[in-house]
Design a protein around this ligand. Structure first.
Ligand code: NAD
Length: 367
């Protein structure tokens, strides 16, 4: 297969691209605008493969998308290009509306026009796989909200039937893009599949997100900011497990279906930060211990309290389960950041220096 991966220079897109080039005989056309979040250095181990091509293109640029489809004639699209950071979406939502909604619409139209030119068997085999997030579902009840008599009741999980109720400009823009993809299937018979995944972590994660930010701040002796009480719960999935799941979906998934992907690893943010501190205490010991750097700061506006995924459809229908536990995956991740300080320095060479984003009523509001 020739797979057009959008956002292939980003965190998950680069893991998908590395997975395909290393473990299959398929080819990847990586289409990426290279925003602050896109880094070709994340692909240096596979970029020399003759099954890998890079196109620096914006998914909002219809003429360029038409050229890429015509030139590379892909058998499938895996669409990951997006603005992805909730705090940035609070500070400046415009880019999120543009890339995540207008960009997805533009890509859908370019892909559909190309698909219409294919012969019947290629048309039948073609897939447009839209990669989305569990954040479109809003948040779930938190254990703190349970009354005392409900202690033995299992808390609900997000399933493929959960209604959409996004809370942030980021999740609302992703929800909009999911709706567009579904409409293109229903109205035009365009062969789409959607996946909604929980929080990813692992190597090559841009250091604005919780786990890499905490690792790097800890090593530099800086504060480790924890929003609110740190009791927000996320369901963490190692990025390479996600990449394997996505490849299974694009090759074996059924057209028109949605698949939820998660790690069965519900952790409070504070637990995540404390676990990183203990791993660092072991690997790079110092006094005082890293946990002394933890600093509780104002919560994120509209912060969702709990996400957790029921991924039983993925395991039953596509025989996928995660390989890494949170403990093994987090240890690998911390070690990767210790071994790849140069990558961290290179990707942070712009104006962003891990400062706090996404607070409202500050000077940056609306910028
Ligand atoms: P990322 O921010 O690391 O990477 C996004 C990539 O898209 C970058 O390489 C960037 O250059 C590229 N891009 C941005 N705007 C573009 C445009 N207009 N045209 C072309 N390329 C553009 O994001 P990520 O964490 O790798 O997430 C990838 C996808 O997975 C996103 O759609 C996100 O919503 C979804 N997702 C992420 C997570 C997570 O935990 N990170 C979880 C579930 C789903």
């Amino acid at each position: 297969m020739k797979i057009l991966v959008t956002g292939g220079a980003g965190f998950i897109g680069s893991a998908v691209t590395r997975h395909i080039i290393k473990n299959t005989s398929d080819s990847v056309i990586n289409l990426d605008k290279l925003t602050y979040a896109g880094n070709l250095q994340s692909l240096e181990h596979i970029e020399k493969s003759d099954r890998y091509t890079f196109e620096q293109v914006d998914i909002c640029d219809r003429a360029e998308l038409d050229r890429v489809f015509k030139q590379h004639t892909p058998d499938a699209v895996m669409h990951l290009a997006a603005e992805s950071h909730v705090d940035r979406s609070i500070t400046g939502p415009a880019e999120f509306i543009q890339t995540n909604i207008v960009g997805t619409y533009t890509l859908l139209e370019a892909a559909r026009e190309y698909w219409n030119t294919l012969d019947d068997s290629a048309k039948l085999a073609f897939r447009f796989h839209h990669i989305s997030t569990d954040e479109v579902y809003g948040d779930l009840p938190h254990p703190d909200e349970q009354d005392d008599n409900a202690f033995d009741k299992e808390l609900p999980l997000f399933t493929e039937q959960t209604s959409y109720a996004p809370s942030s400009p980021y999740s609302a823009s992703k929800a909009s893009s999911d709706h567009l993809v579904r409409a293109w299937l229903r109205t035009y018979g365009f062969p789409t599949i959607v996946t909604n995944c929980s929080n990813n972590y692992g190597p090559y994660h841009f250091p604005e997100k919780l786990i890499p930010l905490v690792i790097l701040n800890a090593l530099e002796g800086k504060d480790l900011p924890v929003y609110g009480k740190g009791d927000q719960i996320r369901d963490w999935l190692y990025v390479e497990d996600h990449a394997r799941a996505l490849y299974k979906v694009v090759t074996e998934g059924k057209v028109g279906e949605t698949y939820n992907i998660g790690g069965h690893n519900e952790k409070q943010n504070i637990e995540v930060v404390q676990t990183i501190c203990s791993i660092l205490d072991e690997l790079v010991p110092k006094k005082p211990k890293y946990a002394e750097q933890i600093m509780f700061v104002n919560d994120r506006p509209g912060h969702d309290r709990r996400y957790a995924i029921d991924s039983s459809k993925m395991s039953k229908e596509l025989n996928w389960t995660p390989i890494e536990t949170f403990e093994t995956g987090l240890r690998k991740t911390v070690q990767w950041y210790l071994d790849n300080q140069q990558w961290c320095q290179n990707v942070q060479s712009g104006s962003y220096q891990r400062e706090r984003l996404g607070q409202i009523n500050t000077k940056t509001q609306g910028e």
